[in-house]
Design a protein around this ligand. Sequence first.
Ligand SMILES: [Fe+2]
Ligand SMILES: [Fe+2]
Length: 186
Amino acid sequence: MLSKNERWLLSFYRTSEINGALFFGRLARALRPGPIQADMTRHFADESQHARYWTDCITTLGSEPLKLRDAYQDQYLEAGGMPVNLMEILAVTLVFERRVVGQYVTHSKVPDLKQPIRDTLDKIMDDERWHVSWVGGALKELEKTWGEDEVARTLKRYTDADQEVYRKTLAEHEHIIGELMSFRAK
Ligand SMILES: [Fe+2]
Ligand SMILES: [Fe+2]
């Protein structure tokens, strides 16, 4: 069985994956056909599958997903400002995807992790690594148009936003995340 805190965290992941799928899906709809749109389409399909994997994981462990408010991604846009062009969109995406990979890697180090959770994290992480890699590559290409400095400045802006949002999320949910991830402090 899932503890109350585990149920919350897996539901948080699930909601975040759904929001990711919708965010990237809308972008794919808006973009012109080409390699970036093709990768963006694969990307939003992955995030949809991840939401499904978390639903399966939660139900396999005899629980039901929780309905959570507040999309984590929306807070990024509030803190860092709405991206207004493709370069900024890819920058906020890269920062967000790095955060997701970091969180999943940290979670996978929790000792005595339930097998369905471990299996789900492993399955998802392969895709998340590809997300970081294709977005990073596409952003590198855009340096030719925007210049290295402008891309670096934009990444810094969203990295700062990420830290602010993550600090806020940690502060709000410290009792939950703290208990599950407390092995880190040992
Ligand atoms: Fe994902
Ligand atoms: Fe992702």
